[in-house]
Design a protein around this ligand. Structure first.
Ligand code: EPU
Length: 438
C-alpha cells in the first residue's frame, strides 16, 4: 500500500466530485442483512476499507457477498449463516468497531457470538459498556475471555426497556439489531436519532420489522419472529461531503459535491455560512465555495444529531485557522478529539486546547481531565510540513492543511484515509490538487 502523500499546497480546489453511501450507515446495513432469511441488495455502496472489513466478517460467518464495486451494489445472502472460528474472527481484531454489532443478529441466528478486541479511531476510550448492558437486558450472557467477548443466549432474547445514559449511535444500533427479532416489545429512551440510524430503521422496516420513532428520543420496537431480505439505496455520506466542503473553504476553492444532501447537513450548512463560506443546493448535490474576502471566527459546539456532528469538527477546524479572529470549538461527543491540532500548530496555526467547557454548555467531560475545547486564532498562513495521520477524520484534516499550506508537505499513514473516503486521491486529482503518492 502506498502510504505517503507528497502534497504541493496552496492551489485552490476547483471542480466536481461525487460522494456515495455513508460509511456509518452502509456497514450497519450490511450487518442487518444477517437477520434476513433471504438475500438483501444494498446500492450506493462506496469502495472503502470499512466495507471490505465487514464483507470479510460476513463471509467468515457464511454470508455469500457479491460486490459490483463500480455500480456500488452489494448482494448479501445469509441463507447459510454459521459460526466462525474464533481465530479467524480474531484476525479482524482492531480493524473496526463494527464486530460488536454482529451480536444481536448472531444470537438470533446461532444462539452465540464472539467479539474480538475492537478497533476504530483512537479519539477517546470508546468503551462498549452500553452495548454489553443492552445485550444483558435482552437476556444474553456475556463472558469476557482472553481474546475477546463470548456472548450466548440459551433461553432466547426478550424485549426490554432501556434508557441510555447518553444517546450513543452504536448502542442505539445494537438495540435495534437485537430488538427486531426479540420476543416482545422493546422501548429505548434517550436514543440516538442520527440520519444513518433512521435509514437503518428504513432497512429494518423493509425487512418486516415494526419500529416507531416517537418524540423525545424514544424508539419502540415490536419483535417479530422472522425477517426477509431488503433492497435499499444508502443515504449519502454527509461526513465526506462536509470534509470536501471544508477543503474547498480552507483552500479558497469551489467544489461541487454531487450526492451531498441538504436535509442531513442543516447544522453544517448553517455553520459553513456563519464562517463566511457560500453554498448552492442543486438537485444533484451541493456546490461549496469561498466567495472571497475574510472568513469569520465562530463559537461552535459539537453534539449528537440534530446538532453539529463531531466528525465535521476536525476538517472545519482547518478552515477556522484561516478565519479572522478567535474561534472557540467545544467537543462534547468524544473526550479526546483534538490530538490532530498538534500537527496544525507545527504548520503555523495558533490553536490552544483547554480542559474547560468553553463557549457553550457544560458537558460530561468538564470536570475531568480531558482537553476537549479549542481556541483557534486566525488567520494564520500554514507552511508545508512532514505530518503523520492520527485517525480517519484527523487525517483528512491534515490533508486539508497540506493542501492549504504554501510549499510541500508529506502526509504519512495516508492508508487510514482509505477506511472512509472513497477514491480520495482520484478526487484530489479531479479538483486540481498537486500531489504524488508513494
Ligand atoms: N459511549 C460509551 N459507552 C458505549 C458506547 C459509547 O461511553 O458503550 C460513549 C463514547 O465513548 C462516546 C459517546 O458515547 O463518547 C458517543 O459514541 P457513539 O456510540 O455515539 O459512537 P460510535 O457508535 O462508536 C459512531 C461513528 C463515529 C461517530 C459517532 C458519533 C460508526 C462506525 N462510527 O461511533 O464515526 O463519530 O458515531 O456520531 O458509525 C468516523 O466515522 O470517523 C467516526 C468516528
Amino acid at each position: 500500500m502506498q502510504d505517503v502523500l507528497h502534497v504541493n499546497g496552496g492551489t485552490p480546489l476547483h471542480g466536481e466530485i461525487t460522494v456515495r453511501g455513508a460509511k456509518n450507515f452502509v456497514s450497519k446495513a450490511m450487518v442487518a442483512a444477517l437477520l434476513g432469511d433471504g438475500p438483501s441488495v444494498l446500492r450506493n455502496v462506496p469502495v472503502i476499507r470499512d466495507v471490505g472489513v465487514v464483507t470479510g466478517l460476513l463471509e467468515l460467518h457464511g454470508v455469500d457477498v457479491v460486490a459490483d464495486t463500480q455500480a456500488g451494489v452489494l448482494t448479501l445472502d445469509p441463507s447459510k449463516v454459521e459460526s466462525a472460528h474464533v481465530a479467524d474472527i480474531d484476525a479482524h481484531a482492531g480493524s473496526s468497531r463494527i464486530p460488536i454489532l454482529f451480536c444481536g443478529p448472531l444470537l438470533h441466528r446461532l444462539g452465540e457470538a464472539f467479539i474480538p478486541d475492537l478497533g476504530g479511531c483512537r479519539i477517546g476510550d470508546r468503551p462498549i459498556n452500553y452495548h454489553l448492558d443492552i445485550l444483558r437486558q435482552f437476556g444474553a450472557i456475556v463472558e469476557k475471555r482472553e481474546q475477546g467477548i463470548h456472548i450466548h443466549a440459551p433461553r432466547g432474547l426478550f424485549g426490554t426497556k432501556v434508557e441510555l445514559p447518553y444517546p450513543s449511535v452504536g448502542a442505539t444500533e445494537q438495540l435495534l439489531l437485537t430488538a427486531v427479532r426479540a420476543d416482545g416489545i422493546t422501548e429505548l429512551t434517550n436514543a440516538a436519532i442520527e440520519p444513518e440510524i433512521l435509514d437503518l430503521i428504513n432497512v429494518l422496516q423493509k425487512m418486516g420489522a415494526v419500529i416507531s420513532v416517537d418524540t423525545d428520543r424514544v424508539i419502540r420496537i415490536e419483535g417479530v419472529p422472522r425477517l426477509s431480505g431488503y433492497r435499499h439505496t444508502a443515504l449519502s455520506d454527509r461526513i465526506e461531503a462536509a470534509s470536501w466542503a471544508s477543503a474547498a473553504l480552507a483552500t479558497h476553492g469551489d467544489v461541487m459535491v454531487r450526492g451531498a444532501s441538504q436535509p442531513e447537513m442543516t447544522a453544517f450548512l448553517n455553520t459553513f455560512r456563519k464562517v463566511g463560506g457560500e453554498f448552492e443546493v442543486e438537485d444533484e448535490g451541493i456546490r461549496f465555495f469561498h466567495p472571497g474576502g475574510d472568513l469569520r471566527s465562530i463559537v461552535l459546539e459539537t453534539d449528537v444529531h440534530p446538532g453539529f456532528m463531531t466528525d465535521w469538527q476536525q476538517p472545519l477546524v482547518v478552515a477556522l485557522t484561516q478565519a479572522k479572529g478567535l474561534s472557540i470549538v467545544h467537543e462534547t461527543v468524544y473526550e479526546n478529539r483534538f490530538g490532530f491540532t498538534d500537527a496544525l500548530r507545527g504548520m503555523g496555526a495558533t490553536i490552544q486546547v483547554y480542559r474547560e467547557c468553553l463557549g457553550g454548555h457544560p458537558c460530561r467531560f468538564g470536570q475531568r481531565n480531558f482537553y476537549h475545547s479549542a481556541v483557534i486564532s486566525g488567520p494564520t498562513p500554514l507552511a508545508g510540513a512532514d505530518i503523520e495521520v492520527p485517525d480517519l477524520r484527523g487525517g483528512f484534516s491534515h490533508l486539508i492543511a497540506a493542501l492549504t499550506a504554501k510549499g510541500s508537505s508529506s502526509v504519512r499513514g495516508i492508508g487510514l484515509i482509505d477506511r472512509g473516503y472513497e477514491f480520495f486521491t482520484e478526487k484530489l486529482t479531479a479538483l486540481g490538487a498537486e500531489f504524488s503518492r508513494d
